[in-house]
Design a protein around this ligand. Structure first.
Ligand SMILES: [Zn+2]
Length: 348
């Protein structure tokens, strides 16, 4: 069951528009959340997608998607640093403890504490350099996350910009906060949404148009002030070109499921795509994380060699911005420095 794991994580936008309602009483009311990238980030991703679609003519599709995979998944054993813009240590510790559950499946380290100050990392809008790979804002009015390394890709999110939103979690922790934190950190590791899995039937399950039961998805999500048709399609329809993705069977237990409303489905609650997301990683999530971030050195070497090869192909192509070229060249250099010569050889 795991989510759609990708060799094309870069192409995939996601994020959450949190519809958490807070009533006048102490207890919060949980409302299903619909995720979508903030508009400015969505636009940047669309621009990026255009660049890659143009490059496609110069690379085989397989190569293209492998390249994309290589560029957005972190290296196994990576230390991924995380910073907050607001909140107190006690709150940060809660988020850290849940996010780190991913470490029990993936060979990465999510690092929240500045080793010098021994305090939780902070970032601010005035930062000129990245304070952390993942920059959480508690004030963006939504829950969302950029996917994988996009968080420190200057064209996607600069040092003074968030790469994840957890809306006012420090003020009122929603009932499903653990589920949301795990979900967003799944995006950090490169996971996409389960309903976009090409093995799922969600696209045919959705009530796209108005019918006898009332307004459909386009009318309701696309109401004034809401999502554009492109945004709705990007967020809800299947991955457009699944070649190069590693896609497992539809996993209704994956933490990467999107919490959706019954009205969105022709069969309402009876739809197989209507799932109430739990608050733990499914077996499939764990398997996906272990495959993408293995502990076995042979597998690590394979992933590294594949990435170096793809970066090398990518650097020969035209059409990329200088900024993006620098971003990829830096990755290439780091990998070459870190990689002992014998690991460059194709493993037996
Ligand atoms: Zn999501």
């Amino acid at each position: 069951m795991q989510s759609v794991r990708g060799h094309a994580w870069i192409l995939v936008a996601t994020i959450m528009l949190s519809l958490v309602a807070v009533c006048n009483f102490a207890a919060e009311v949980k409302v299903p959340t619909m995720e979508a990238l903030p508009d400015e980030y969505e636009k940047r991703l669309e621009n990026r997608n255009d660049v890659f679609m143009a490059l496609k003519s110069e690379l085989s599709r397989e190569s293209l998607f492998s390249v994309i995979d290589g560029l957005n998944r972190w290296e196994p054993k990576s230390k991924i640093t995380v910073a907050f813009d607001e909140g107190e240590a006690e709150f940060h510790k809660k988020i850290e403890s849940v996010a780190k559950i991913w470490q029990t499946a993936a060979n990465v380290e999510l690092d929240f504490v500045n080793p010098k100050t021994k305090k939780y990392r902070r970032w601010s809008k005035t930062d000129k350099n990245y304070s952390a790979d993942v920059r959480i804002t508690l004030r963006s009015g939504a829950n969302w996350s950029l996917i994988g390394k996009l968080s420190s890709d200057k064209e996607m999110a600069g040092p003074g910009e968030a790469s994840m939103g957890l809306d006012a979690f420090d003020l009122v922790l929603p009932q499903d906060w653990e589920s949301t934190v795990l979900h967003e950190f799944g995006h950090v590791l490169g996971f996409d949404h389960e309903h976009k899995n090409t093995n799922a039937s969600c696209e045919t399950e959705f009530r796209w148009e108005d019918d006898e039961n009332g307004k459909g998805i386009y009318s309701r999500l696309g109401a004034p002030g809401g999502w554009s048709k492109v945004k709705i399609d990007d967020n809800l329809r299947k991955i457009k070109n699944p070649r190069g993705f590693i896609i497992s069977p539809h996993d209704p237990n994956s933490i990467m499921n999107y919490a959706m409303y019954p009205w969105m489905f022709k069969k309402a609650e009876k739809s197989p795509c209507y799932v109430l997301r739990g608050n733990k990683l499914s077996d499939g999530d764990r398997k996906g994380a272990a495959d993408a971030y293995p502990t076995n050195q042979h597998q690590i070497n394979q992933l590294r060699n594949q990435r170096l090869s793809n970066l090398s192909s990518l650097m020969k192509m035209s059409g990329m911005s200088e900024e993006l070229k620098i971003f990829y060249a830096k990755q290439q250099k780091t990998l070459q420095i870190e990689q002992p010569n014998e690991q460059l050889a194709t493993p037996p």
